[in-house]
Design a protein around this ligand. Structure first.
Ligand code: NAP
Length: 258
């Protein structure tokens, strides 16, 4: 499935940052925003992944640039925004990075794993949004999009702390949206279901795990990264101008809402 919806150019002239965008959902979002006309800044922790992703996207004729950015490192984030400035500014921030060092029920999570999960999944998302603001405020409209998870609504038992970190992003979305509502900067969130990527491989790699996952998905198929990228492009576009503080659930019908 290519996820290419045809020659839509609703993001022409826009500049976008997508974090954690050299693979999986972030890569698909970067590709889709660029296919819709945006200039996209691609990044992740490893330079070789950045180089590979940028060359794949450029080989498609897309306008992308890449740099290394580990989202919890302040100097890396600064370089990300400096790159946007050099390109002419920033219209769209997609905060997509997350980690999960603890495969355990929530109350069995050790303190260092808890700290790591909240540092990357929540604090870096908050800091990225905060640091993006001066640039977003210079534009006619701005977009902040957080990538959370269906697990934020309905915690996965063995992804306990991770699930709580994703619930926190729903709160951050609401609070930031209301702060920025009068500034023409919208803040929305996407909650993917189970999407086939490296991140979710433990949930899908054995036949038994895959069957278990499928049994929880009414549409009876796992998602693919391009199932998420169209939702991100919509939220980034003027089509979503009157929508802020919301979470789009893209999860094949999995139970959602608190
Ligand atoms: P993925 O395919 O494993 O890709 C992860 C990407 O993130 C890679 O490009 C990786 O590149 C980068 N990355 C990891 N840690 C980073 C960090 N600290 N700073 C910057 N980049 C980092 O993962 P994914 O499944 O697409 O997940 C993307 C987002 O979707 C996450 O927020 C995840 O929680 C969410 N999500 C995923 C699923 C699912 O089922 N897959 C479901 C719900 C929500 P490097 O290794 O080079 O850093």
């Amino acid at each position: 499935m290519s996820g290419f919806a045809g020659p839509i150019t609703r993001l022409a002239g826009k500049i976008a940052i997508v974090t954690a965008s050299t693979d999986g959902i972030g890569f698909a979002i970067a590709q889709r925003l660029a296919r819709e006309g945006a200039k996209v800044i691609v990044s992740s922790r490893k330079q070789n992944n950045v180089d590979e992703a940028v060359s794949r996207l450029k080989s498609e004729g897309l306008d992308v640039t890449g740099l290394m950015c580990h989202v919890s490192k302040a100097d890396h984030r600064k370089k990300l925004f400096d790159t946007a400035k050099k390109l002419g500014g920033l219209d769209i921030l997609v905060s997509n990075a997350a980690v999960n060092p603890s495969v355990a029920p929530v109350l069995d999570c050790d303190e260092s794993s808890w700290d790591k999960i909240f540092e990357v999944n929540v604090k870096a998302a908050f800091l990225l949004a905060q640091e993006a603001l001066p640039l977003l405020r210079e534009r006619p409209f701005g977009r902040i999009i957080f990538v959370a998870s269906i697990a934020g609504f309905h915690p996965f038992e063995l992804l306990g702390a991770y699930s709580v970190s994703k619930t926190a992003l729903f709160g951050l979305t609401k609070a930031a949206a209301s702060q920025l509502a009068r500034e023409n900067i919208t803040v929305n969130c996407i909650a993917p279901g189970i999407i086939q990527t490296k991140f979710s491989s433990a949930l899908t790699e054995t036949e038994a795990a895959r069957e278990e996952a499928l049994s929880r998905i009414p549409m009876n198929r796992l998602g693919v990264p391009h199932d998420i990228s169209g939702a991100a492009a919509y939220l980034a576009s003027e089509d979503a101008s009157y929508m802020t503080g919301e979470t789009l659930i893209v999860a094949g019908g999995m139970p959602s809402r608190l």
